[in-house]
Design a protein around this ligand. Sequence first.
Ligand code: KIV
Ligand code: ZN
Length: 389
Amino acid sequence: MSQSKIYIFDTTLRDGEQVPGCKLNADEKIELALALENLGVDIIEAGFPISSPGDFESVRNISAVIKNATVCGLTRAVKKDIEVAADALKGAKRPRIHTGIGVSDLHITTKFNSNRDDIRARAIEAVAYARNFVDDVEFYGEDAGRADLSFLASMVEAVINAGATVVNIPDTTGYCLPHQYGEKIAYLFNNVPNIDKAIISCHCHNDLGLATANSIAGVMNGARQIECTINGLGERAGNTSLEEVVMIIKQHESLGLYTDIKAELLNPISRLVSETMRMPVQPNKAIVGSNAFAHSSGIHQDGFLKNAENYEIIRPEDVGADSSKIVLTARSGRSALAHRFQKLGYNFNRNEIDVLYRAFLKVADIKKEVSDEDLKALAVSHFPEVALA
Ligand code: KIV
Ligand code: ZN
């Protein structure tokens, strides 16, 4: 079966950088843009040029250094925004303008005090205007997750006719359930006559923890671009996490999809983004959390030591993580303890391990994690003849 490519659109430098405390300076943005290009992302959303002189400069600087990836600048459906973005993107080898407007009735009435026809007309005008500057124009229908379906379909058809090469269907508020988001994309494929003229993109937020699931539902129903960020950074609860969607697509070959991301760089870039943005990664974060390959309960440790695949579906080295860890806690079992003593160079027999295990549990009940130093002390105090041999 031939596989379809999923374009990875990274918005760490735009949606991710909007997060309070994640502001980057110009040099940091360039460093991250180069790392993203090296990772293999197809499109880098470099910023929102009209939002500040600093963001304009960043988009300009990134346009100058990026060689292969498309560099994208965000705008509202406003002529001045589009002109400024086009100016910032002038030096890019592959420039893209990302323009759009709210498409849910809530946004149309309470944000724009307008009506559907007027909003559609503004969208068409913005896309056509942006096409005067660049060949690659992406349209976003903000809050598409809560928009009326037939109106959304009419918008998508209209902006593709106006020249949009990519149409983004954002679940801006992270409201959709995966089957609803998937059905939305399927509806567009069934009801927009010119849909084959553009790439449909998923941009999902994580307010209910569903951003990754929704993006995958999107590509299972025909979307071919995912908008995501490293470590899932982004407004409020964040965006779809790049590392998660990339590894889901890689691990589930039956989806018939692939990306060009170098998976072995996922952990290094996660650390780089976390350090540069001064935003720690939660330990239990899939793929890149410090516990993603740590085993702490006795049952898991025993099974893992017999065959790593019992408890790991990804090899840590495949995503650039440190090797799997057996963490010794009060929930650990004898096999993990024996394994760790062996790694430290001690060969205790079964009876000796029984004795050491009882002593170990006393230490483990006091400490969260038992260290190699604690184990050496236990070995010396209980079996000095073996430990010091
Ligand atoms: O969440 C959203 O709708 C956005 C758009 C600006 C693409 O970030
Ligand atoms: Zn967003």
